[in-house]
Design a protein around this ligand. Structure first.
Ligand SMILES: C[S@@+](CC[C@H](N)C(=O)[O-])C[C@H]1O[C@@H](n2cnc3c(N)ncnc32)[C@H](O)[C@@H]1O
Length: 307
């Protein structure tokens, strides 16, 4: 993950939220110490809520403290609450200077509606359902223009209505530069119990969105790594109101992409021909339309027909 950042100079402000024992920070700092980054100074803010890990985290960071060019600040506190306080400019907050680099392997945990986290996040305009997406949204908000964010996160944010506000939040503030997909759910993170697809994403705060590099490997050994650039309209389809984030793995457009192109094209025509039903009648109206040829040579299923 540390290898995904572009090289940089000057002062680096690094954030590692949910730092654990500091493995990701160590990877970043090792790259710096071995000449892979040309920063004159690194200031790290590492947040870790689990008191049992903080001593190990301090030990990890100590190894990079031999010269006068590194400061590691350990915050043994809740990152969500600290970040919200800082972003909202609360009088009692410890203001955190914007970051130039963020490296994240955030916790995965559902955020219940009306929980302290949900209410805190709402204060800074973040509406999301899981701690992992909350961490990425907060980190993005705290990153300086041009700053880079590398995070390993579950792929679930890419689609589904619950993550729509999160996708909007990210896509409005950052460009997607690179996504790495692990092809095997069972192999990546074999030490975890969670079997789900994970991706590593590189975002650039306020960056201009151009083509996105997609790489794949079976697992975290990266032996069979392959990569290719894809135009952004293959990542987020133009006119997709849900802004699903796709991870294409072949230069040929897939059946889903082709059918989406048809769906969006046809939908524009259909909106004019069929007035939007009242909400309480929407389902039956959709069912009535479902599986019926709609005059553009294709049959639509009820769940692919959207107003
Ligand atoms: C998935 S682990 C990642 C650890 C480490 N970054 C790594 O990659 O090995 C997530 C970490 O976030 C910490 N954590 C969970 N909730 C937190 C919160 N609200 N604020 C700060 N850290 C939190 C957990 O204790 C855990 O160490």
């Amino acid at each position: 993950m540390a290898g995904l950042f572009q090289d940089g100079t000057g002062k680096c402000r690094l954030l590692d939220a949910g730092a654990g024992i500091g493995s990701l920070s160590a990877a970043f700092l090792s790259r710096w110490r071995t000449g892979g980054f040309h920063f004159s100074r690194v200031e790290l803010d590492a947040f870790e809520l689990d008191g049992a890990l903080v001593g190990h985290l301090a030990q990890t960071l100590d190894a990079y403290d031999q010269r006068n060019d590194f400061v590691g600040n350990i915050y043994a506190e809740d990152f969500v609450l600290a970040a919200v306080e800082s972003l909202s400019g609360s009088f009692f907050a410890n203001p955190l200077e914007p970051y130039t680099h963020v490296i994240l392997n955030p916790p995965y945990k559902k955020i219940n509606s009306n929980s302290a986290h949900r209410l805190a996040l709402r204060r800074v305009g973040i509406e999301t359902v899981n701690l992992y997406s909350a961490f990425v949204a907060l980190a993005t908000a705290m990153t300086a223009p041009g700053g880079q964010i590398v995070a390993i996160i579950p792929r679930s944010f890419c689609n589904g209505p619950y993550y729509r506000p999160f996708r909007d939040f990210i896509l409005e503030r950052a460009a997607i530069r690179h996504m790495h997909l692990f092809a095997s759910r069972t192999k990546a993170f074999k030490d975890d119990d969670v079997l789900q697809e994970n991706i590593i994403i590189l975002l650039e705060r306020d960056g201009r969105q151009v083509a996105v590099t997609i790489s794949t490997s079976t697992d975290d050994t990266f032996i069979d790594l392959s990569q290719r650039d894809y135009p952004f309209d293959r990542i987020v389809f133009p006119d997709d109101p849900e802004r699903f984030i796709h991870v294409p793995t072949s230069p040929e457009r897939s059946a889903i992409e082709l059918s989406s192109a048809i769906r969006y094209t046809c939908r524009i025509g259909l909106r004019d021909r069929f007035p939007k039903p009242h909400d309480d009648g929407a389902l039956s109206e959709r069912n009535r339309m479902g599986n019926r040829g709609l005059g553009c040579g294709y049959t639509f299923s009820s769940d692919s027909f959207q107003w």
